[in-house]
Design a protein around this ligand. Structure first.
Ligand code: SAH
Ligand code: SF4
Ligand code: F3S
Length: 448
């Protein structure tokens, strides 16, 4: 059926992704569905027969970017009437957004919510048969659907979902509204997927969840620590990573399991968001500055060399200079191995968007610049300490611009080096030059 319909097309698809790793992985599922239907991948959306936008709405600029790119296809579609344009992902899941989207961009063919991704093939058929818009945005999450084919694009790393959704309702965050309640995937399904990846030669597994530490709370038969132990017991030379951790749920049992695993990397992403207790409370993060620092100390007790990275937000409603200075002092105190910094962006429907005391953009901009400068200095100092040392890297890819291979060490530090045929291999690299956060070095040996 699909193939007969698809014969009308030249059969090229393009999935354009915005947002987090979760979305990147979901685009791998969309690619799997489309390839199953007979489409082949093309990277330029203007030349595709079907374009799927997998969107993000975490901050306003993510939405603006997607809307701009969708709008740009209007002109292309005018000369290419058969082109199918589909929009899915977090943006479409916001209340009333699907209708607004169709009104603003009537040339869109399909709008689907985050809970409807697995049914993309049926939506496409419906669209091709009825020649109308197809809009499917279920308000509530359904049961986890297993077995969706994936066309992965991140070898030698394989993403593996362990939870979907989020129950935390941080007051600034749209995710719980667009991804639904937290659901943990059955451990057997996770282990099966990990095994398949390892059998296919993947060398790194990254477990994905909005809060991986609360994995299993709904299943009640397994927790995150046990999951780490079970995956770590799988045969093979591979690295195990996971994101994102939530400081309120990371506990000693988990830290021990991470420390004792022969596979986990020595890097942990532990978003702090802010260093002021007053702001953390307003954010509904469920930890204080002191409790966050206790979690850092716990990680360092079991893994003294652990590299801790973080997310930080500036300009949350009512943030004073004093609050911001608490963030600055925390950054200095912890010595993060990297930090993603964001200016707070009000999201309609979240409690923070209605709070009094929204911070002017100029103030937030100035604060974030100060923070970036500070973290850059920390990164530079940490990079310099690598000079002359050897570090084991998993080669992840080739950078065309730099004309060098690249990969990360166990601390998550990126390094560039010359060589031949290295993707998916563990290599030793001697660091000869330290950039801001990246390193440059010479290939010493390749692990066989
Ligand atoms: N579940 C993860 C992260 C989800 S979003 C966690 O809890 O850590 C990734 C990051 O985006 C967050 O850590 C936060 O720093 C940032 N973010 C989320 N909502 C935002 C908003 N409204 N404005 C600016 N940054 C935001
Ligand atoms: Fe958003 Fe908080 Fe959930 Fe992370 S934990 S996704 S920041 S609500
Ligand atoms: Fe991810 Fe953006 Fe959705 S960060 S969960 S794609 S809102």
């Amino acid at each position: 059926m699909y193939h007969i319909i698809m014969d009308n097309f030249t059969g090229k698809y393009c999935v354009v992704t915005y947002g987090c790793q979760m979305n990147l992985h979901e685009s791998e599922k969309l690619a799997g569905i489309l390839e199953d239907l007979g489409f082949t991948r093309i990277d330029n959306e203007n030349n595709a027969d079907i374009v799927v936008f997998n969107t993000c709405c975490i901050r306003e600029n993510a939405e603006k970017k997607a809307e701009g790119n969708i709008g740009a296809l209007k002109r292309i579609k005018r000369n290419k009437k058969d082109m199918i344009i589909a929009v899915g992902g977090c943006m479409t899941q916001q209340a009333g957004y699907a209708d607004k989207l169709i009104k603003e961009f009537p040339f869109i063919d399909i709008v689907f919510g985050t809970h409807n991704l697995e049914n993309f093939a049926e939506m496409l058929t419906e669209r091709l048969e009825n020649k109308k818009h197809v809009v499917k945005v279920d308000e509530k999450e359904g049961k986890i659907i297993e077995g969706t084919k994936k066309t992965r694009s991140s070898f030698p790393n394989g993403w593996v979902n362990i939870t979907y959704g989020c129950n935390n309702f941080c007051t600034y965050c749209i995710v719980p509204y667009v991804r639904g309640r937290e659901r943990s995937r059955a451990p057997e399904a996770i282990l099966d997927e990990c095994k398949q990846l390892l059998d296919a030669g993947y060398k790194e597994i990254t477990l994905l969840g909005q809060n991986v530490n609360s994995y299993g709370q709904d299943l009640k038969t397994v927790d995150f620590a046990e999951l780490i132990e079970r995956i770590s017991a799988l045969d093979g030379d591979f690295r195990l990573r996971f994101m994102t951790n939530h400081p309120k749920d990371l506990n000693e049992k988990m830290v021990k399991a991470i420390a004792e695993s022969p596979k986990t990397t020595r890097s942990v992403h532990l978003p702090v968001q802010a260093g002021s207790d007053r702001i953390l409370k307003l954010m509904n993060r469920h930890y204080t500055r002191a409790e966050y620092l206790d979690k850092v100390a716990l990680l360092r007790k079991y893994m003294p060399d652990i590299a801790i990275t973080t997310d930080i937000m500036v300009g949350f409603p009512t943030e004073t200079d004093e609050d911001f200075n608490d963030t600055v002092s925390l950054v200095k105190q912890v010595g993060f191995a990297g930090a993603f910094t964001f200016v707070y962006s009000p999201r309609t429907g979240t409690p923070a968007a209605k709070m009094a005391g929204q911070i002017p953009e100029e103030v937030s901009k100035e604060r974030i610049m100060g923070l970036i400068d500070l973290q850059n200095g920390i990164n530079r100092a940490q990079s310099k300490s690598y000079l002359g040392k050897e570090t084991e890297i998993l080669c992840e890819g080739f950078d065309e611009k730099k004309n060098k291979f690249l990969g990360r060490d166990t601390y998550g530090r990126m390094a560039y080096f010359d060589g031949k045929d290295l993707i998916g291999k563990f290599v030793n690299v001697k660091i000869t030059k330290a950039g801001g956060i990246s390193l440059y070095g010479e290939l010493v040996s390749v692990k066989q």
